[in-house]
Design a protein around this ligand. Structure first.
Ligand code: C2E
Ligand code: CA
Ligand code: CA
Ligand code: CA
Length: 277
């Protein structure tokens, strides 16, 4: 906060005030940008490490800012996540992703899409209803949508999160644990959730060729994941040697710059041509 009270004297912190004002400007621009259709999705393929087939896409939000150019989630999500704007963002991303799935379906391209959920969204009691109405309004079967969430999202109110996830799962939406291996991760917790996929955080993938501990973690997540019947995805696969090492360990799916960087929908349509059955 800009002003702190210290024994009755107001201390003015100019740096903090500038920071707060910047944040407020960003948030009000964001609200307008979202209403004016400046949020767009880029898509990145998830590829079978065994066959090379595309098994799905992840949708990643970007903000086409009128003066600052294309902004990445890291530029605005942390501020947005602290406000009530995160819920409209989740709704907006769901609508954009499902409209695109619909467009691809109409072109004969059937590819499931994963959408990221912020921790707050996982605690929204109306999330399952919102997701199902978005699916219905775009005429998309639930099996075409996957939701990615981090385990930290489940720590605050596990009972509420479990209820929301259970209802999504029952409706046929697949759930995925993102950034696995960081923070509060534990297979013990995942085991008790209706999830079908874990994504190993890219920090472990980047180091697995050179660091024994990271390779060991990847190996144990793959083995434990398979024992629990989960699909195991490696994020941030950047080179063929890492892809080969992952395939050797039995990891199911890779995602990363080796295959493709995230790209706009039109570019993805071209990229997919000839790569899908
Ligand atoms: P994430 O879900 O872990 O997404 C993967 C991030 O890694 C993306 O960054 C992607 O561009 C980047 N990436 C992909 N392949 C590689 C690679 O080979 N090497 C490296 N170094 N990076 C790679 P991005 O798009 O900047 O997104 C950052 C984070 O923002 C995401 O991390 C996710 O947590 C969040 N996010 C993105 N879109 C949404 C959204 O629609 N809603 C919410 N709530 N969060 C989102
Ligand atoms: Ca993700
Ligand atoms: Ca991730
Ligand atoms: Ca991440």
């Amino acid at each position: 906060t800009a002003k702190e009270r210290q024994s009755g004297v107001e201390v003015y912190d100019a740096a903090a005030d500038g920071h707060d004002r910047g944040r407020l400007v960003l948030l009000s621009e964001f609200r307008r940008g979202m209403a004016e259709g400046h949020l767009v999705l880029h898509y990145q393929p998830k590829v079978s490490l065994r066959t090379g087939a595309v098994v799905g896409l992840e949708a990643l939000v970007r903000w086409e800012h009128p003066t600052r150019g294309l902004l990445l989630p890291g530029d605005f999500l942390p501020a947005v996540e602290q406000t009530g704007l995160i819920e409209p963002l989740t709704d907006c991303v769901l609508d954009l992703a499902l409209a695109q799935v619909r467009a691809w379906t109409e072109q004969g391209v059937a590819v499931p899409v994963a959408v990221n959920l912020s921790a707050r969204s996982v605690h929204r009691p109306d999330l399952p209803a919102r997701v199902l109405s978005a699916l219905a309004s775009h005429g998309i079967p639930a099996g075409m949508l996957r939701l990615e969430l981090t385990e930290s999202a489940l720590v605050a109110e596990p009972a509420r999160a479990r209820d929301v996830l259970g209802r999504l799962h029952s409706a046929g939406v697949s759930l995925s644990i993102d950034d696995f291996g960081t923070g509060y991760s534990s297979m013990g917790r995942v085991k008790n959730l209706p999830v079908s996929e874990v994504k190993i955080d890219r920090s472990f993938i980047a180091e697995m060729a050179t660091t024994t501990e990271d390779a060991a973690l990847v190996r144990s997540v793959v083995d434990l994941g398979h024992e629990l019947g989960l699909t195991v995805v490696a994020e941030g696969v950047e080179d063929p040697a890492t892809a080969a090492a992952l395939a050797e360990l039995g990891c199911d799916v890779g995602q990363g710059y080796l295959y493709a960087a995230p790209m706009g929908a039109a570019e993805m349509t071209d990229w997919l041509a000839g790569r899908l059955p």
